[in-house]
Structure formats: structure tokens, C-alpha cells
Design a protein around this ligand. Structure first.
Ligand code: SF4
Length: 419
């Protein structure tokens, strides 16, 4: 790799690290005709990140960090004094192929600042994906960030070559977008999402009758919201995510804790901590909505619009709804068992399968692998070991928190040094 390409790579990979919406799950692109790579089954692509935020298995870069826009929260904004660079289409194609052959990466995550206008930039992103697929027979994973405002035709072409597409909404509400990115338009983000949803659904229908149809964005679409840059509460964020899941059928919503990078009185000051715990709680709540059947309104509501920071959202819900408990694990529906803190989806199904043969005791439950010390406040089972007492929510919370703290305490106990 020559020095100029290497310099571009360091600038444009560094600028891409703020984009968290980078994952690969769900794609089914099988290798045919001895092509290069394989994203079949959507597995096998590691989602690990290095400490500075780089994704280690996808080549995660921007096509360019030049941008005509000046979004206050973005390191690539036009007014920011940073080193700029831009790859050519062929440079990105060659880098991807070379890195893939050397086994450095399993796919490409490509985003971009906006060169001239949305279509001009999107055309180049599409061309890269097209060249990889058609000229190099590349079957690895491709995630393209769609440029808001690009034409439907370009979105359609992007769907033919990429596994996943995403249009970042960036801000949870339109007001915040207007405040921090006044040149951007919420409708320019929602319209392509809506278009892609229609195309993906239509394609899935047509695929049922014609197996030879080409793939169209088989890993679906996702988006990213920046949180902590503006004053929206968790309820606003989760209701917006719920809208994307239900109305746009997005596969994933990513929550990106704002990294203070601008001296701008519209934003948290430089040095303000990144809201990592909040980001983590939002991901937990999102997981509960997608896999545990929780409605957004059960996790956050006008009288508690923020997720608890000291306990996870499932425990928080259980403590607010103690009237539902204790559940008899030998009788309760699997959907309710899944809602018990300390019992996951897999364990809930194992419980229901195992109780067909035996009335389950706490020994059985521990063998199944539930977090019994947490679950015991919310369940009953056969025999001794069940804990049904009139604890208040606060008492249960304190006991669970104390247990969490005690988990690592022996390592630091002075008594350990005596033996
Ligand atoms: S349009 Fe995108 S790249 Fe450009 S400043 Fe805004 S967020 Fe950054």
C-alpha cells in the first residue's frame, strides 16, 4: 500500500469510528461460482471493536470526510479543522479485496461525508458495491450507509449489491435535528427508509415464487441515534426506536452515546463524560423489546421517563410490577417466565420443556442455568429453596445490588492475604 493510500486509510478509518451502526447479522449471501468470500447465514463476522472504537473484522471506513454539511455533533462537519481525505471508487474496491485476501476483514462497512449532494455521493457508494460484486465476484458482507436525500433509483441499486443499508436519523427528535443540523431534513431520512422497507417486503414476496431473483438488502436496514447530545429522555428515544421497528421494520436501532467533540453552546461541553451506562441501558431495553415481547411503554412511561441507571430495565420492570409475581415456574406461560429477572429466553424454553417430565425444584432450575439468586424473589417451584416473602421493591433491589457487589468482594478481602 503506498503512503498516500495509507494516510487516507488512517484519516478515513479514524473518522468512521463514531458510527456505531455496524453489524452483520442476518445476511444470507452464499458463495457461488467460486467467488470471493461468503456471508452465508450472517454469522462468522465478528462484531468486536478495539478500544478506540474501530471494528476489527469489517473494513470500516468513510469514502470521504469532506462534507458540505455542518452538523454540530459530527467530527467531519465542514467547519471542523481536521485533515481531510477522499478515496476513489477503485481505491476502496482494491483495499477491500486486498484486505479480504489477507484475511484481515470479512466485509466492508462504508459510510461517507457528503461531497456535493446526496446523489453524487450515493452514486459512488453504489459503484463500489457494484464493482465488488460484479467485477470481483465478492460474496463477503457489505453494509452501506445510505445518504439521506438520495434518489429512489440509487437506493434500489444499493439494495441489489449491499447486504445491509442504513440511513442514520442521528437525533431522536426533529427539533433536535433542526437545532444541531439545520441543513438536514428529517423527511430526507424517513423517505428512503420507507422506500427500502417497501422494496425489501416486495422482494421477499416475489422471492417466494421466483427463486432466481437477485438478493435485495438481505440483512435489512438499520439506523443510528445519537443520545446525550440533546435533552430527549429515554422514553422519547425508545418510542422512536419502537416506531422504527414497527413501522419501518428496521432490523436494528443503534444508540450512540455522544462523544463531546465540539465547543458549541448547543452541546455538552468538551470533557463531559460519554453517557456509556445510558447507552448500555438503552441497548438492554431495546433487546427486551425485540426478543422478550416488552412494549416500550412498559419500560418507560411519563411517570418514569428514564431507565434506571443502577439496575437493568428488566429488573426495574419486575420491581414496578410485583403484583405479577411470584410466578409458579411449573405452570406459568413461557412469555411470563421470560420476564423473570435472571431467566433468559433460552432458559425459559428449557424450563417449559423440562417441566413436562418433572415438577421442577430449585435444583433443577439451577441446573438449567438460570441466575437463581436473582430469580428467587419472583418465582415459586416445587420443594424448599423458594423465597416467597413480603419484601418491598426497595428491599429486593438492595439485596440484589448487594449480591452484585459481593461477587468480586472476596478478591479484595484482607482475609485472603492470610492464607
Ligand atoms: S452530513 Fe453526515 S458527515 Fe456531514 S456533517 Fe452531517 S453527520 Fe457529518
Amino acid at each position: 500500500m503506498n503512503d498516500r493510500i495509507s494516510e487516507k486509510l488512517s484519516i478515513l478509518a479514524d473518522a468512521a469510528k463514531y458510527d456505531v451502526s455496524c453489524s452483520s447479522s442476518g445476511s444470507k449471501r452464499e458463495n457461488v461460482n467460486k467467488g470471493l468470500g461468503n456471508a452465508a447465514g450472517g454469522m462468522g463476522i465478528c462484531h468486536a471493536y478495539t478500544e478506540d472504537g474501530r471494528c476489527v473484522s469489517l473494513l470500516k471506513i468513510l469514502l470521504t470526510n469532506y462534507c458540505i454539511f455542518n452538523c454540530a455533533y459530527c467530527v467531519s462537519r465542514s467547519s471542523n479543522d481536521v485533515k481531510r481525505a477522499a478515496f476513489t471508487v477503485d481505491e476502496v474496491v482494491e483495499l477491500t479485496i486486498n484486505f479480504y485476501r489477507r484475511n484481515y476483514i470479512e466485509g466492508l462497512f462504508l459510510s461517507s461525508g457528503i461531497f456535493k449532494n446526496a446523489d453524487y455521493t450515493m452514486e459512488r457508494l453504489v459503484l463500489i458495491a457494484k464493482k465488488l460484486r460484479t467485477e470481483h465476484n465478492f460474496h463477503g458482507y457489505i453494509h452501506l450507509k445510505a445518504i439521506p436525500g438520495a434518489s429512489n433509483e440509487l437506493m434500489r441499486q444499493a439494495g441489489l449489491y449491499a447486504d445491509r443499508l442504513s440511513v442514520n436519523v442521528e437525533m431522536p427528535t426533529e427539533q433536535s435535528l433542526q437545532l444541531l443540523a439545520p441543513e438536514k431534513n428529517r423527511q430526507d431520512m424517513l423517505q428512503p427508509m420507507h422506500y427500502l422497507k417497501t422494496q425489501i417486503l416486495q422482494h421477499q414476496e416475489e422471492k417466494k415464487t421466483s427463486r432466481h431473483l437477485p438478493l435485495f438488502a438481505p440483512a435489512g436496514q438499520s439506523t443510528q441515534m445519537v443520545i446525550g447530545a440533546t435533552p430527549e429522555n429515554d422514553m422519547q428515544v425508545l418510542l422512536m426506536a419502537n416506531y422504527f421497528y414497527k413501522k419501518m421494520q428496521l432490523k436494528r436501532v443503534y444508540y450512540s452515546g455522544y462523544v463531546p467533540i465540539s465547543n458549541d453552546n448547543r452541546l455538552p461541553a468538551i470533557g463531559t463524560p460519554v453517557p456509556m451506562i445510558r447507552e448500555n441501558r438503552l441497548y438492554q431495553a431495546d433487546w427486551l423489546m425485540r426478543f422478550y415481547g416488552f412494549a416500550a411503554g412498559e419500560l418507560v412511561a411519563p411517570d418514569h421517563p428514564h431507565l434506571d441507571m443502577d439496575i437493568d430495565p428488566k429488573l426495574s420492570w419486575a420491581l414496578r410490577n410485583l403484583h405479577v409475581f411470584p410466578l409458579d415456574v411449573n405452570k406459568a406461560d413461557v412469555e411470563l417466565i421470560m420476564r423473570v429477572p435472571g431467566i433468559g429466553v433460552g432458559s425459559a424454553h428449557k424450563i417449559v420443556a423440562a417441566r413436562r417430565f418433572n415438577l421442577l425444584t430449585h435444583d433443577h432450575l439451577q441446573k438449567i442455568g438460570i441466575a437463581y439468586n436473582r430469580a428467587k424473589y419472583f418465582i415459586t417451584c416445587k420443594g424448599p429453596g423458594t423465597l416467597v416473602k413480603d419484601y418491598t421493591p426497595l428491599q429486593i433491589k438492595q439485596q440484589i445490588l448487594a449480591m452484585q457487589h459481593s461477587k468480586y468482594q472476596p478478591n479484595f478481602s484482607p482475609q485472603l492475604t492470610l492464607f
